[in-house]
Design a protein around this ligand. Sequence first.
Ligand code: SME
Length: 163
Amino acid sequence: MFEIEDPETTDKGTFYASLARQARALLEGESDPVANAANLAALIFHQLPNLNWAGIYFLRDQELVVGPFQGQPACVRIALGRGVCGSAAAARETIVVEDVDEFPGHIPCDSASRSELVVPLIDADDRLVGVLDLDSPSTGRFDREDAEGVELLARCYTDSLSG
Ligand code: SME
């Protein structure tokens, strides 16, 4: 296992590059989507500061269904286009929400969540397989650098699916 940089003293680019190396090492040699989602959610939740939820929603029959996560119990099904997760999935684009109260249609799962980052998971065949969702109890927790860093982690996951 690699040493992960200290997020308090390292710039975000270096921190996420180091976390992505750790994610690749963790997922390498395994292509089971549930197993790898579980390990990625645990890695993110325990390494990224100031989160209250981190997990994966899988696309199943044109709706999102909760997969492995760390945090409080969450809503199970989210329609495409609904909430932050469904909007990111429908647009196939990362969404950073500085303040969940300002996002129309935000679906509150944990009332502690104040900001959110959702990254779509798109596999090597350009198919949407789900989304990676991070919640924070702090307003404005995620910026562009976090979005890019978590996109890197999302790619570690989708790359692992093809073995
Ligand atoms: N807040 C999300 C729902 C999922 S939970 O945050 C775990 C949304 O609006 O899509």
